[in-house]
Structures are given as structure tokens and as C-alpha cells.
Design a binder for this molecule. Structure first.
Ligand code: ARG
Length: 462
């Protein structure tokens, strides 16, 4: 490592090295070392291109490319000594390369700058995370589909305002999350397609006078094409923001289901039993089994959305092109990515392991006058009543049942007739929860037949 007081990368015009506080505020090596593999891949692609275009000799480029592999293996094996004086991963790698191969190392930075280098490294890193998120979401979708398939026709209460609304099927509820996660998945795919342009060769901001081949480095690094404007290429962090925005929405979905699990696993609901593998106990209350994983997933949205807001704030006032403010992009994205992957994996584990308590679900499905809408619909269909009148008649019957402390199917035909004399015994057919859900056959409805169609569609898609 360098022992000079002024920096060996840019120390030419400096008489003295930086203050210790300057070094502390300036250095990003503490975290951007996570992009070491991307940095070395980018540099190897750049060196190969410099040789192909005749800007470097083949032997210099070969020495650089080999030396970079040695640096990578040192980093991977943990023997590499990172230096804060060398600021960031880019200069740490280059300085070590110089120690290993000598003079040719100084030729690697021809026709590029740290500005296009960092944009390239960070894009490659975010692209890998997008791929990981897509994998994680697909696995979670599979877990939800399996739950839906197991209980496609089990009944449970559907809620609005967390008040009993109408019976739905367990399968339908599970498949609602499949739809949300399916949109999350395509959001990441869309972001990936949009971001996949190479910044490398944009140099500091204006491009370069060397005859470089940006198409070649773009291809080598798996980009679809080089970014078309060098100023934009080094100043753009949209790709990181899109990743954070997509992550925020996905985490919000995870948080909603986590909240349901917290409610459903309570002694008051008993809709689901979470596995011991994803629960914790209490050090004082022996009966407790807490849904900690769900609670932590519910909280993760906070830091992911925080990262999204933080990066928007970092970017919003920056004139083109690169400003050092942009170094603050990485920690936010690293933290959000780590926590999203963790939340996806934990949710997948919980969904796979959880047991739906079919009897509790069914008992709850029938309480709270959940089939009142079915009764009103029956009055419309069987007696040709306007829906508003049917709503009123049903309301009177609900009030009667409520005052007696019973549910709608417990009323007698005489009770019904006392409110509206044309009601017949057929009405009792629609008051059962299984008939209720089976009747909701409209496209996208909760009927088991419809739910099974959606399950089949998703299994095919996956
Ligand atoms: N560590 C810097 C970052 O993460 C690398 C780019 C530095 N560029 C510069 N012109 N100082 O943004």
C-alpha cells in the first residue's frame, strides 16, 4: 500500500496529504469494497478493449488482466489490505495492481475515469440484486400458490375495515398475494431492461479522445448497449432509484401479509399456526409463541423506503454531471438490498411452514352476518326486489339476529316472513358459507372453481 502523504492517484498538484477528518469523510472503501468483483470485471473488460483498439499493447493488457485476477483472489480470500487513504475500491484495486505488475498498471486508466467506472460497477451490482430479487419473489410466489392449492375451497371471512364482510376462500386470499408479487416481479424485470446500458467509456463526463470501443465493453459486461450520452451516463442514478422504488413496493406487500400473520396467529383469531422455526418464545411468559419474523418483515419497509427517500434527496439538487454527493448512493442501496432479500427469504419460509387452521377459518367465516349480502342478492333474484329495498329488508333481519344473539341461518322462516312475507325456505340455501363462496363465479371471484383456474394459470406461468 502507498506510504506517500499525498495521494499517488492524484497527488501531482498537492503539496500535502489530507487531514484525518478529510480522509474519514471522503473514504468509501469501508462499504464499496462490496463491488470488488464488479470493479475487476469492468477493468478487465476495459483492458481487453484497449488492446483490441491498439491503445495498449497486447502484453500490457495481458499483464493487467492477469494481475487483476490475482487482486480478486486476494480480496476473495480475505488477505487484501484495504486502505482508507486510497479512498475507494477503484483506487485500492489499481494501487495493488501496480504493486503486483508494476508500470503497465498505470496504463489501465487510459480513456476512462472513476466517474464512469463507479457508475459501471454500481450498475453491475444493482443488476445482480435485481436478479436475486426476481428469484426470491418467484420462490415466494410458489409458496403462496402451494398454500392456495392446498386450501382452494376452504372458507374464511373476507374483511373490509377489518370487519367481517363476505366469506372468501383461503385459496383466493393466498392468490391475492400472488398477483401483488407478480407485479413486483415484472417491476424488477422492467427496471432491469431499462437500466442495462453501459456507462463505461463516458470517462469523466465528456467522453474521450482515445479511439475506444464502447460497444465491445458493453457486450463483455452483459449490457444491451452503451449509454448514449456521456454526461447522463456518469450522472444517472435512476437505476438505483428504480431498484429502491420497486423494493419499497415489494416490501410494502410483504409487510401487509406480515401484518395479517401477526393478527391471524393471535389466540383471538387462530387462523394460522406459524412453525416453531419462524417464531420465538418469551423469557417470562411460558405460553408465548411470538411471530417475530413477521413483525421484522413488517418493519423492513421503513428502512427500504427510507433509503429510497434518502437517495432522491441526495440526487435532487445536483447539477450535471458527477458530484461527490453521489458516493452516498451505495450504503442506502446495499442496506435496502440486504434487507429485501432477507425479508423475501423469511417470508418464503413462513408461508411454506405455516398451517392454516381450517376449522377456525370456517367457524369465523360464518360469524358476523357474513352472508347478509347473499341474502340481499337472493331477495333481488327470487323476489325481483330493487337492491336498495333488499338491502333494507336484510338490515332488519341482521338487527333481529343481533338482538337475539344468533346468526342469520339460525332465524326461522317465520322470523323471516315477519320482516317480508314473500320470503320462502329457499333463502336458507344462500345463507351457508360454502354456497356463498361457490356462487361468486364472476371472473376474478372467490369461487373455488375460479381460484383453481388462477392457480393453474400461475403454475403454467412459473
Ligand atoms: N468513490 C467515488 C464514488 O463512490 C468514486 C468516484 C469518484 N470520482 C471523483 N471524481 N472523485 O462515487
Amino acid at each position: 500500500m502507498t506510504k506517500d502523504t499525498s495521494n499517488q492517484m492524484w497527488g501531482g498538484r498537492f503539496a500535502a496529504g489530507p487531514d484525518a477528518i478529510m480522509e474519514a469523510i471522503n473514504a468509501s472503501i469501508g462499504y464499496d469494497q462490496r463491488m470488488a468483483a464488479q470493479d475487476i470485471a469492468g477493468s478487465r473488460a476495459h483492458a481487453a478493449m484497449l488492446a483490441k483498439t491498439g491503445i495498449l499493447t497486447d502484453s500490457d493488457a495481458e499483464a493487467i488482466r492477469e494481475g487483476l485476477l490475482t487482486v480478486l483472489s486476494e480480496i476473495e480470500s480475505g488477505t487484501f489490505e484495504f486502505s482508507a487513504a486510497l479512498e475507494d475500491i477503484h483506487m485500492n484495486v489499481e494501487a495493488r495492481l501496480k504493486e503486483i505488475i508494476g508500470e503497465p498498471a498505470g496504463r489501465l486508466h487510459t480513456g476512462r475515469s472513476r466517474n464512469d467506472q463507479v457508475a459501471t460497477d454500481f450498475k453491475l451490482w444493482v443488476r445482480d440484486q435485481i436478479d436475486a430479487a426476481i428469484q426470491g419473489i418467484a420462490a415466494l410466489i410458489r409458496a403462496f400458490v402451494a398454500q392456495a392449492e392446498a386450501g382452494a375451497e376452504w372458507v374464511m371471512p373476507g374483511f373490509t375495515h377489518l370487519q367481517t364482510a363476505q366469506p372468501v376462500t383461503w385459496g383466493h386470499h393466498m392468490m391475492a398475494y400472488v398477483e401483488m408479487l407478480g407485479r413486483d416481479l415484472t417491476r424488477f424485470q422492467d427496471a432491469r431492461a431499462r437500466m442495462n446500458e453501459s456507462p463505461l467509456g463516458a470517462a469523466a463526463l465528456a467522453g474521450t479522445s482515445f479511439g475506444i470501443d464502447r460497444q465491445m465493453t458493453a457486450e463483455t459486461l452483459g449490457f444491451d448497449r452503451p449509454a448514449a450520452n456521456s454526461l447522463d451516463a456518469v450522472a444517472d442514478r435512476d437505476f438505483a432509484l428504480e431498484f429502491l422504488a420497486a423494493s419499497s413496493i415489494c416490501a410494502m406487500h410483504l409487510s401487509r401479509f406480515a401484518e395479517e400473520l401477526v393478527i391471524w396467529s393471535s389466540a383471538q383469531f387462530r387462523f394460522v399456526t406459524l412453525s416453531d422455526r419462524f417464531s420465538t418464545g418469551s423469557s417470562i411468559m411460558p405460553q408465548k409463541k411470538n411471530p417475530d419474523a413477521a413483525e421484522l418483515i413488517r418493519a423492513k419497509i421503513g428502512r427500504i423506503f427510507g433509503a429510497n427517500t434518502a437517495l432522491l434527496m441526495v440526487m435532487k439538487g445536483l447539477p450535471l454531471a458527477y458530484s461527490k454527493d453521489m458516493q452516498e448512493d451505495k450504503e442506502q442501496v446495499f442496506d435496502a438490498a440486504d434487507n429485501l432479500m432477507l425479508a423475501l427469504a423469511a417470508m418464503e419460509g413462513m408461508v411454506k411452514d405455516m398451517t392454516a387452521n381450517r376449522d377456525s377459518l370456517e367457524a369465523a367465516a360464518g360469524s358476523g352476518f357474513s352472508t347478509a349480502t347473499d341474502l340481499a342478492d337472493w331477495l333481488v333474484r327470487a323476489l325481483n326486489m330493487p337492491f336498495r329495498d333488499a338491502h333494507h329488508v336484510t338490515g332488519s333481519l341482521v338487527a333481529m339476529a343481533e338482538s337475539r344473539g344468533c346468526d342469520l341461518p339460525d332465524l326461522t322462516l317465520e322470523d323471516m316472513k315477519s320482516v317480508h312475507e314473500a320470503i320462502t325456505t329457499d333463502v336458507f340455501d344462500v345463507l351457508g358459507v360454502h354456497n356463498s363462496v361457490a356462487s361468486r363465479l364472476s371472473y376474478g371471484g372467490t369461487a373455488p372453481a375460479r381460484v383453481r383456474e388462477q392457480i393453474a394459470r400461475w403454475k403454467e406461468a412459473l
